[in-house]
Design a protein around this ligand. Structure first.
Ligand code: SF4
Length: 487
């Protein structure tokens, strides 16, 4: 909903900052990750870095880019791929070492890929970090960018960004993986990806109709960490940790607060509830990001769920392929494939997230037999244009991800700067339907405030009736008749 339609807004004092952990919490049952390394961030000369990274965004060839800035080449087993394969550019690429990369099929032993922005970013800020560390999702998690001091070394902060970071943050913690940070524009606070992960003072603005729990999840929670709103489906929240925090998160009231721990006692209470709830056939594991759990912990959770006979369908909701594709390891995929049918909802927002690394992560999951559907939140100034959404859905199809839902942004407290009018979402669907592949068109939904569930919205196509004929409007706006006697 448009902020102005609420007749003004009120500003509240920033709540005290949430202390967030460096790694997902563990429990006594299974190994807990250790935290030992400090971020190895070097001083940035902004006068150079901004222009260099801006150039990098416009390059189609990483080799040209490296030549210009005098960078060392990436390691011999790395294939630098500028972007995912849109249009019909060759699906076969050749790396520095002559390794061919078939972008349609990346086997488990596939060579590592790295996009040019990340290559440059590493040279600037993590020059001594070997590929083995950079590619280690635990290393990425330990080296997340969380403080004002870290952010200001990497970005030219706007007043609105600096102000909120120096105040200690907002209700939702701030953290960005080094990988995702490498995709941010250091000079432009209005860059789409940057807006979604770097907080601004606009998060302190509260408008009418907003709520901390707009979907009423807390009122449908029979056991802590379980939401049972529909008869046959439940939402299981194993933890509240995410590697990167999205500023528009529907669960910002809990995410990153450290209150939902994946401890055995709480999870066993959930499993016990599900054993008794025989009408439940579908479990969505979300969070927090469930893939922030170790393979061992996730293995245990999935094993416990699969031991409940009436649970047919298990889904996992994650943003890891976009913000930390390093998490999608062959070992993880091999573990997941034991529990089929497993489906996955992946969270992509913008075509700039569709890097070769993200594509490799999605390919590994799909090759492990896991169908992928994307969930995209419609966000003002981020992806609220038909052309951007069209690029996104096309890139998703090339990554073998089916665009599934386009969500109207929930009226979460402090989200008015992200919310578009509903007419914008309808305009985008109208701009996709008929103009691109049917598989590329997501279902546009509003998750009804108060727990009403997802309500699909689409432009009117049935425009009336004339006798026994139904009058229909096609994607070009032309009217057609379909014989449909009322009988
Ligand atoms: S990954 Fe999901 S749960 Fe985590 S902050 Fe983003 S939207 Fe919220």
């Amino acid at each position: 909903m448009d902020e102005s339609s609420h007749g003004g807004c009120e500003c509240s004092e920033p709540p005290s900052a949430i202390t967030e952990q460096d790694e997902p919490p563990g429990s006594g049952l299974l190994p807990v990750l250790s935290i030992s390394e400090a971020p190895a961030i070097q001083q940035l000369d902004h006068s150079q870095s901004g222009s260099i990274l801006t150039q990098a965004r416009n390059q189609s060839s990483a080799a040209v880019l490296r030549n210009r800035v005098g960078m060392a080449p990436p390691s011999a087993n790395t294939v630098v791929v500028a972007s995912t394969n849109t249009n019909n550019e060759s699906a076969i690429k050749t790396g520095r070492n002559g390794v061919r990369v078939d972008s349609a099929h990346v086997a488990e032993s596939s060579p590592r890929v790295e996009n040019p922005l990340t290559v440059q970013f590493r040279e600037r800020f993590f020059p001594d970090t070997p590929d083995a560390d950079w590619d280690d999702w635990r290393w990425q998690s330990r080296h997340r960018i969380k403080t004002l001091e870290q952010f200001e070394k990497m970005l030219d902060l706007s007043f609105e960004e600096r102000d909120v970071l120096s105040d200690g943050g907002t209700l939702l913690p701030t953290a960005v993986t080094p990988y995702y940070m490498s995709l941010l524009d250091p000079e432009n606070p209005l860059q789409a990806l940057r807006k979604t992960v770097v907080p601004t003072t606009r998060e302190f603005v509260r408008t009418a109709g907003e709520a901390d729990d707009p979907l009423g999840e807390d009122g449908h929670s029979p056991v802590p960490g379980l939401v049972h709103r529909y008869p046959d489906r439940v939402l299981l929240l194993p933890l509240d940790f995410c590697s990167t925090y999205c500023r528009y998160c529907t669960r910002s009231r809990v995410v990153g607060h450290g209150e939902i721990q994946p401890n055995v006692q709480r999870l066993e209470a959930i499993f016990h509830y599900l054993e008794e709830a025989t009408q439940v056939r579908d479990v969505l594991i979300s969070g927090g990001d469930p893939l922030a759990l170790s393979d061992e912990k996730l293995d245990w959770i999935l094993g416990r769920l699969r031991a409940i006979p009436h649970l047919e369908f298990i889904r996992i909701g994650t943003k890891m392929p976009a913000v930390l594709p390093q998490r999608i390891t062959p070992e993880l995929c091999n573990m997941l494939r034991k529990y089929h049918p497993i489906w996955m909802s992946v969270h992509f927002l913008h075509p700039e997230e569709c890097t070769p690394e993200a594509k490799q992560a999605c390919t590994r999951l799909v090759d492990a037999g896991i169908p992928l559907g994307s969930q995209t939140v419609l966000l003002k100034g981020v992806n609220d244009e038909v052309s951007i959404m069209q690029q996104l859905v096309h890139k998703l199809l090339l990554m073998r991800v089916r665009p599934y839902y386009l969500y109207q942004c929930d009226p979460i407290s402090g989200s008015s700067h992200f919310r578009t009018p509903v007419s914008k979402g309808l305009e985008i669907i109208q701009g996709l339907r008929g103009f691109t592949t049917g598989y590329a068109v997501p279902t546009y939904v509003i998750d009804a405030p108060g727990g009403g569930g997802k309500i699909p919205l689409q432009p009117d196509t049935v425009i009336g009736r004339d006798g026994d004929d139904l009058l229909l409007r096609n994607f070009e706006g032309k009217t057609f008749r379909y014989p449909d006697p009322l009988g």
